[in-house]
Design a protein around this ligand. Structure first.
Ligand SMILES: [Mg+2]
Ligand SMILES: [Zn+2]
Length: 241
């Protein structure tokens, strides 16, 4: 791809930048029965609320902050992804934005461990903080206040399409190209708002690809799509941007 003067790279985090899902992984490592319970309850309780509740249950049974942090540090994260984003950042033409349904503590713990805290200009996600050994988490969008007005099927809490547009508006920058790296069905909304000169790096065989296949044409999806399976392929593409 031809290099441009100014580009924005938007990253989903779970299964996109990282090679696992933070919310599920820590319970798989530390409390598989809570992981099972989350799977059972996920259609009844909003996801971020369910993670917050599971963190309280983990705390009640004595699971410590250090255990959660260690679980995050050993979560699969491909070295080629770390190298690819770091090299692209060094060229100086690229702004990075993270749009994630995980939370600020999970993401920052992993970015610190991988020495990538300098990458993102902004991490848009659910706010979390440690209260002693308890990780307290809440939805980015307060459930008692106004909710997103999106009609393409975004679940409650974050609409990544609205979040992307809000970032572009508050940033006041024009980008020659936007590159979106994502895998999930909730990454479909933001890519619908992208232009013909933009690029989607879609992880193969997951929710985003299914939505592109089923709804892309009827919704008038404009950006170019490239599919990838391993982070080394993202690095390969980043080296050309
Ligand atoms: Mg994801
Ligand atoms: Zn949406």
């Amino acid at each position: 791809m031809a290099p441009v003067d100014k580009q924005l790279v938007v990253f989903d985090f779970d299964w996109s930048m990282a090679d696992q899902d933070t919310d599920r992984w820590i319970f798989e490592v530390l409390a598989p029965d809570l992981r099972r319970k989350m799977k059972t309850l996920k259609d009844e309780i909003q996801w971020t609320d369910l993670v917050a509740q599971s963190l309280r249950e983990a705390h009640a049974r004595g699971i410590k902050r250090e255990q959660i942090e260690n679980a995050l540090r050993v979560m699969p994260f491909h070295p080629a992804m770390a190298r690819g984003v770091d090299n692209l950042k060094k060229t100086g033409r690229t702004t990075f934005l993270c749009l994630s349904n995980s939370n600020s503590v999970f993401i920052s713990t992993i970015l610190e461990d991988k020495k990538l805290t300098h990458i993102f200009s902004e991490v848009v996600t659910n706010p979390a903080h440690w209260e002693g050994e308890l990780l307290t988490l809440r939805r980015r969008v307060d459930p008692s206040g106004p909710q997103h007005s999106c009609t393409v099927g975004c679940s409650p809490n974050m609409c990544k399409g609205e979040e992307l547009e809000a970032f572009l508006a508050r940033n006041g920058q024009e980008y020659d190209r936007i590159v979106y790296v994502g895998d999930g069905s909730n990454d479909f909304c933001p890519i619908l708002r992208m232009r013909e000169q933009d690029l989607v790096l879609c992880r193969s065989h997951r929710g985003l690809q299914q939505r592109i296949d089923r709804e892309g044409k009827e919704q008038g999806l404009k950006p170019k799509i490239k599919y990838w399976a391993g982070a080394w392929e993202v690095e390969e593409i980043f080296d050309t941007l």
